[in-house]
Design a protein around this ligand. Structure first.
Ligand SMILES: [Zn+2]
Length: 317
């Protein structure tokens, strides 16, 4: 969950603070390893920031959501898929061009219900101009990496498939975070600054230990762009739940009120859980679709330790 970009007025804004709390495990190898072991060994969901923990939870649930034989194939790669779940965020910390891949501010293109955007994105296969990339292009990145995954499977490039599965999963999961679809991504327009971290970091950190993800079963996606657009609109449609919960929880005592976290969790926690389930179902469906589009190739039984291909930009070959 990384967002650092120029806003629609061309002003640079660093969104990393909201996506990377003080316990951002991805930047601390020891902590990251501890978290990974905790998830792998116990099946528990230790409480830490959405940025790492949530992506790991989503990938772990997505693996179990797959049908055979691809479930066994991804199970054998679970350590890689969880350890690298936030790799795109780490890339974004060092490469400004990576940041916009993590969100799509659909309001910048069209007004709800976004029929014009739907026509251009889904029917006309339109791509944004470079000048429009500041609004984010996660929806294109999801398609791009799912298609790359299919090509990897087709050509039996198993290491590349690991890498592209991670990137497709990360961008797909980010799409389900409603604040990754709006211009008012951190409440800066509604006097709710910090809402991004309060929702995706602090709330998830406090509640994730009680959650078990149960996504809808993976399914083959016949039209990638139509599916991505549907998820984008669904995610956008839930944004007001977060803004309203934040406002209501802060009423009276403000954000420093000791009762704020419990109130906010009660109001916004169910949405966070629902969106993580949506993310896991989306990820498993795109992974499954990549394999089916490749012609359901026979999958290798023995796992080789994968090399991260093109990790810096995703353009490694
Ligand atoms: Zn991200």
């Amino acid at each position: 969950m990384y967002r650092a970009h120029s806003n629609r007025h061309g002003r640079r804004e660093d969104r990393s603070a909201r996506c990377s709390g003080p316990l951002r495990a991805g930047r601390h190898p020891v902590l990251r390893t501890f978290l990974l072991i905790a998830i792998l060994v116990s099946g528990a969901t230790p409480a830490l920031a959405w940025g790492d923990l949530a992506h790991q939870m989503v990938n772990a649930a997505a693996i179990e959501d797959l049908p055979e034989p691809i479930r066994s194939y991804f199970r054998a790669r679970k350590i890689y898929l969880l350890e690298h779940a936030s790799e795109p965020d780490l890339v974004a910390h060092e490469d400004p061009a990576e940041g916009p891949h993590h969100y799509t501010e659909i309001e910048a293109y069209d007004r709800y219900p976004f029929r014009q955007f739907e026509r251009r994105f889904v029917a006309e296969h339109w791509r944004p101009l470079p000048s429009e990339l500041r609004y984010g292009d996660s929806v294109w990145q999801i398609e791009r990496y799912t298609l790359r995954l299919a090509e990897d499977f087709r050509r039996r490039r198993w290491d590349a498939a690991d890498h592209d599965a991670v990137f497709a999963a990360h961008y797909a999961a980010d799409l389900t975070q409603p604040l990754h679809t709006v211009i008012n991504f951190d409440g800066q327009l509604t006097n709710q600054r910090g809402i991004h971290a309060r929702f995706e970091t602090e709330l998830v950190r406090d509640l994730a230990g009680r959650w078990t993800l149960r996504p809808e079963p993976a399914e083959v996606v016949p039209d990638l762009r139509a599916r991505i657009f549907r998820e984008l609109v669904a995610s956008y449609s839930d944004r007001q739940v977060i803004f309203s919960a934040d406002r209501e929880a802060a009423a009276g005592g403000g954000y420093l009120d000791p009762q704020f976290p419990a109130r906010f969790e009660r109001l916004a926690g169910p949405l966070a859980l629902r969106q993580l389930n949506a993310a896991a179902g989306l990820v498993s469906s795109f992974w499954y679709t990549g394999w089916v589009r490749a012609g359901r190739p026979v999958l290798p039984r023995v796992h080789r330790a994968p090399q991260l291909v093109g990790a810096r930009t995703g353009e490694g070959r």
